[in-house]
Design a protein. Structure first.
Lengths: 351, 351
């Protein structure tokens, strides 16, 4: 039965008597068993955690419900973030539900208007500044210092608290933690949050073990792999286009404490995995999400053994979030045929 | 815990020993309590059933998992449908997962390529015929007669069997059926399926009552309201653009047996509800989905009393399905601002 993450995982979250409990439908997302692609890595038990089934179409909703509940508890009237993607959509949805004003700061240049449509639909106020993303983030931090405004970027610790519930759900579904968790790494908040969740469940005995945390950045936006800030991150996976991750240290800790890796995959590998997921598992995700499977396939090709292992790949958002890429990548010329049965039968036989 | 509808509601579905059980993540969708709009209809308990949280973004997945499971049981190698929208996306996803060839027939003219992107992403074969939608449907019916091909349009009875599970979930969540169920009516399969579900649950005592079924068509595509086929249905809500619904009789039975209504709402009312849902409930749906709330608001304005009633509005699909409408309807000119704190503070105060 559906309840939402604040109710379901109340005891694990920073919830007090004064924290309002509500839900927009976040959490309790499907854990789907691989039907075909598991064969590519030898005999194994492979699952996909479909975070695109959250109400705004990405994993951000888990953390946003917690951050917005705390904003209400602190009597904020306004939430603010710097973002051009999934965070702004999620903030705007929870802001609308809770009657808060939502302000999104974006850099004036380099913003695809289409990406903001969702935030605008929910009624967020979008301010475009003469400056880059770093300046936008600096401004929203200052705004949140001096007014009754709550910052809901992932440097707000309540965000990661909410996001860790995805790890709880995986353990609750499987009965224990998997051997490996593969996850895309952009701002590195999500890998940090999952690791927090797995550790907490192990500590209280709800899981007997914790997984190796396997984080994957895009090659053109791989500051953690390279060990240095990337000034101009570039990748087809827009949600991974981050050169200086906010949770850099958290990602390193997750890797080192779990015996995992943080590695990079190329845009070609990301798009290959994006296509494989759609056409062999029926999972249409945004390109960034496919970095988890791309990483698994890369390590498997390099000879890392996954025989008889239980593996979860996190699929962070729906493919409907990025229609431009999908249209460019998948649209084929559609040929017209006369409307008679024998022609169509032949076409079907040859299709 | 997530299981999928075939496992969860096995005893209510046409499942035999030979039916394969699998899931792509369909069902168990959120039932979200209205935070703001309930006030517009007097003191009431209003919920939204978010079917856009299904894996392909619409309610079609519930019926498709059942139809495809039966296709596998019958050893079909191919599934086929005539559709340019949500049905084709869902068929293509389940076809991909199960290794079936998926064929989608569309009329050559009047098809928005963007609408087919999702089906193409999942690897469906799209054939465009020189003819209209009715001819496409006629052809797929003939195809399914003469080859090891299963038709998965909603005239396949397994589709409605799967779709009725949404009614079960509502009762399981609320402890009983609501007083009223508001639902968009296009091809009329969904209202027919919900009514089947509510009746079955009442019959075995899992629900003490059944709801009044309140179906809403779009004014320009309202054959059931008008009592005659509409040759050229027109509405902004593409999923409701149907002039001769396949489940016409089912919709009438649902209305008459439940003491409900089938009525129409204008495009203006649909778009108004679409905006209200996003900006006052944080729910971004496709325009067709908003017909349920539009209908409720219309009847309330006409004086129908909903005081102290428990009401569910079905939200059939995500707004990300129809980016063109959203961009046209919500995109605002975004003004650039200098990157200094005091300017931004003023802009925030005035936003």
């Amino acid at each position: 039965m559906f309840t939402g993450v604040l109710t379901r995982y109340k005891e694990f979250l920073p919830i007090t008597e004064d924290t309002p409990i509500f839900t927009l439908g976040e959490g309790d997302t499907p854990l789907v068993r691989s039907k075909n692609l598991w064969k590519q890595i030898g005999h194994s038990e492979l699952y996909f955690k479909l975070e695109g089934c959250n109400p705004t179409g990405s994993f951000k909703d888990r953390g946003m419900v917690m951050a917005v509940a705390k904003a209400l508890e602190e009597r904020s009237s306004t939430i603010v973030c710097a973002s051009t993607g999934n965070t702004s959509a999620s903030a705007a949805a929870y802001g609308a539900y809770c009657g808060l004003k939502t302000i999104v700061l974006v850099p004036k240049t380099g913003v695809a208007t289409g990406k903001l449509t969702q935030a605008l639909a929910y009624g967020a106020r979008v301010l475009a500044i003469d400056g880059n993303f770093d300046q936008a983030l600096k401004l929203v931090r200052s705004l949140a210092d001096v007014q009754p405004i709550t910052l809901v970027n992932s440097i707000n610790p309540n965000r990661l608290q909410g996001q860790k519930t995805a790890a709880f759900e995986i353990v609750d579904n499987l009965g224990d933690a998997p051997d490996y968790l593969f996850i895309p790494v952009g701002n590195a908040g999500n890998i940090t949050a999952y690791w927090m969740g797995f550790r907490e469940y192990k500590k209280i005995g709800r899981a007997a073990r914790s997984p190796h945390m396997m984080g994957f950045q895009a090659e053109g936006a791989a500051p953690i792999v390279r060990g240095e800030i990337v000034a101009s991150p570039e990748t087809v996976a827009s949600a991974l286009r981050i050169g200086n991750p906010a949770s850099w240290k958290g990602a390193l800790a997750a890797r080192d404490e779990s015996g995992g890796v943080i590695d990079a995959v190329s845009d070609k590998e990301i798009l290959e995995a994006y296509k494989l997921l759609a056409q062999f598992e029926g999972i249409f995700c945004e390109p960034a999400s496919a970095a988890s499977l791309a990483g698994l396939l890369k390590l498997s090709r390099q000879g890392m053994p996954f025989e008889d292992k239980r593996i979860v790949c996190v699929i962070t958002g729906t493919g409907l979030k990025d229609p431009e890429i999908a249209t460019r990548f998948f649209d084929l010329p559609i040929q017209g045929l006369p409307s008679d049965l024998s022609t169509i039968q032949k076409a079907v036989a040859n299709a």
